[in-house]
Design a protein. Structure first.
Length: 280
């Protein structure tokens, strides 16, 4: 019998942790233990945000929850659950704790830096359509973008369209080739750019003082995820970083240990998303 995938193993363990009395959701007409019928139950505090914006005026969009957002292993819900708590009470002290966590993971930020804007699903160019899972703008002009993975088997690639076979040629000529010329981090031709499409399209938006962060579980050793991490490391760009969820979660608990509310919340976050990785 073939071994189940990383995602399937995580789903099985997560689903077993939910009381049988909780209504399960369906996927393609079949009920699964790891799917909630009620989206709010997939959030640690039972609160599913509606607005993409956590602070500032980057966007006025509402969050478009993915079809799989009710799955306990949804990386979209994991991302929102992790970052939203730091902005819940509009407290600069809580926001400072988030920046402290990022510094502890090797992201070099000015000591007195403050957050002026933060948003989920931020789309800087409506025509190009790159969508950042989370995006922060600091008061010194530094931008930090985040791409979040949890149980995915790979980073995203191109999706050829039989009805529009020249789509990506046009996008390269009209958009990406020009962005590439201005990028302080990438110098790629069209084929190489598309070989690691999702990673490169996140990077190509970054200016010389920006940070591009990819967060993946260390325990997720899917070939596509490992290949993506190797590619990120091969760029040898200090501001283009892969961070492990396990490290980030531990650093977060350490940073918020003096705040009873935050510590309780992130212990629950770790129990749901991180502790399970030791059981896979």
């Amino acid at each position: 019998m073939a071994m189940s995938s990383f995602a399937q193993r995580v789903q099985t363990i997560m689903g077993a942790s939910v009381p049988k009395t909780v209504d399960r959701g369906e996927w393609h007409g079949k009920k699964y233990d790891h799917i909630y019928r009620d989206l709010s139950l997939n959030f640690i505090d039972g609160k599913a945000p509606l607005s993409c914006s956590m602070k500032g005026d980057l966007t006025r969009d509402v969050i478009k929850y993915h079809p799989g957002a009710r799955h306990m292993n949804s990386s979209q819900v994991m991302c929102i659950s992790f970052f939203k708590k730091f902005f819940e009470n509009k407290s600069v002290e809580h926001e400072a704790l988030l920046l402290s966590v990022l510094r502890s993971c090797g992201i070099e930020l000015a000591k007195d830096a403050g957050i002026v804007s933060a948003a989920f699903e931020y789309e800087p160019d409506r025509s190009e359509r790159t969508n950042f899972d989370f995006y922060i703008r600091l008061d010194d002009g530094t931008n930090i973008s985040f791409e979040i993975k949890y149980t995915e088997s790979e980073f995203g690639g191109i999706s050829p369209d039989a009805n529009d076979p020249d789509k990506y040629d046009r996008k390269w000529k009209s958009i990406y080739s020009h962005m590439m010329n201005a990028s302080p981090y990438l110098d790629l031709g069209m084929e190489a750019f598309y070989d690691n499409y999702q990673i490169n399209r996140n990077i190509v938006f970054a200016g010389k003082n920006d940070w591009v962060i990819f967060i993946t579980p260390r325990r997720n050793c899917s070939p596509g995820i490992e290949a993506g991490r190797r590619y990120i490391e091969s760029l040898e760009q200090p501001r283009i970083r892969n961070i492990n969820w396990e490290e980030l979660a531990l650093k977060t608990l350490e940073a918020v240990s003096g705040n009873k509310d935050l510590f309780s919340y992130y212990r629950k976050f770790n129990k749901k998303y991180i502790d399970v990785l030791d059981l896979v």
